[in-house]
Ligand binder design. Structure first.
Ligand code: ZN
Length: 280
């Protein structure tokens, strides 16, 4: 469900030329976006209604008449009034440089003056829409656990239980990963000691290459599927494209360490949190 970016190209005001707007509309289509064009002489109210009905991610306003300082901010104001201010608004046309800071202060994200390559416009829209979509996903709630690779749990454990005094909450074998795990409680998080069950375990390969030490950091998230979709859309390298079942019946997935400068991140969604936001 890699959602295409939807853009409404609109011509507010009274000027009667839409060649520029049509060129931009076609260029955005060529960039893989779905583009709706409103036609000439639209009022801000008509534009906002069309944007909401068409469920677009972005409105591109084009104005040649000189009325941009009234019309563009009015579109942003009406979006806000309709609770649709998650829609990105950009503008173009004949707009003097000195008007640009005012327009940006009014909530227009960017102004593209004539001669801007359409690839620049498309990249701006793409990056900002992706960021907006990602911001709709709840941030991770906490560190679920830190995974530590050890050769033998029994040898590693006394440091954690006797020297640090952490409670051993239990152990579990996860066959799919060929790993045995010891869970140590630390506040609302855990440390997990990971021991390989056989030479094919990812932990065995890690120990061979890097020796014992921190293996991964797991983040507790509410909406693992949605987040994976967004990460995929944004080109973040993943190890798994879909979640699988890990310890404690959690849905888990790993991002590729390339995504985070060599740190292996795991996303974890625990059964109790699935499909609801905890109100603690
Ligand atoms: Zn883990």
């Amino acid at each position: 469900m890699n959602q295409k970016i939807r853009v409404l190209v609109a011509k507010p005001g009274l000027d009667g030329h839409d060649r520029g707007a049509l060129v931009v509309a076609q260029a955005l289509r060529d960039e893989g976006m779905e583009v709706v064009y409103t036609g000439l002489r639209q009022t801000p109210a008509q534009i906002v209604n069309a944007a909401i009905q068409e469920d677009v991610d972005c409105i591109g306003l084009s104005c040649l008449s000189g009325a941009h300082n009234e019309l563009f901010p009015e579109v942003v104001r009406l979006l806000r009034e309709h609770g649709a201010d998650d829609i990105l608004v950009v503008g173009g046309g004949v707009i003097p440089q000195e008007d640009i800071p005012f327009l940006k202060s009014q909530g227009i994200s960017e102004i593209f003056t004539p001669g801007t390559p359409t690839a620049v416009t498309a990249d701006f829209i793409r990056n900002n829409v992706k960021r907006k979509r990602m911001s709709l996903v709840q941030p991770p709630k906490k560190i679920a656990h830190i995974g530590i690779a050890v050769s033998r749990i029994e040898s590693a454990l006394p440091f954690y239980t006797e020297q640090l005094g952490l409670p051993l909450l239990g152990t579990e074998v996860v066959e799919s990963e060929q790993v045995r795990i010891a869970f140590l409680g630390i506040g609302e998080s855990r440390l997990e000691l990971l021991e390989p069950l056989g030479p094919d375990s990812p932990i065995a390969r890690f120990l061979e290459k890097r020796g014992e030490g921190i293996h991964h950091i797991a983040l507790d998230v509410d909406d693992i599927e949605e987040r994976l979709t967004r990460l995929k859309e944004n080109g973040v390298p993943l190890i798994h494209e879909t979640p699988k079942t890990g310890a404690h019946g959690a849905q888990i997935t790993f991002l590729h360490p390339k995504a985070a400068g060599g740190v292996l991140f795991e996303l974890c969604q625990y059964p109790a949190a699935k499909g609801e936001h905890q109100s603690e």
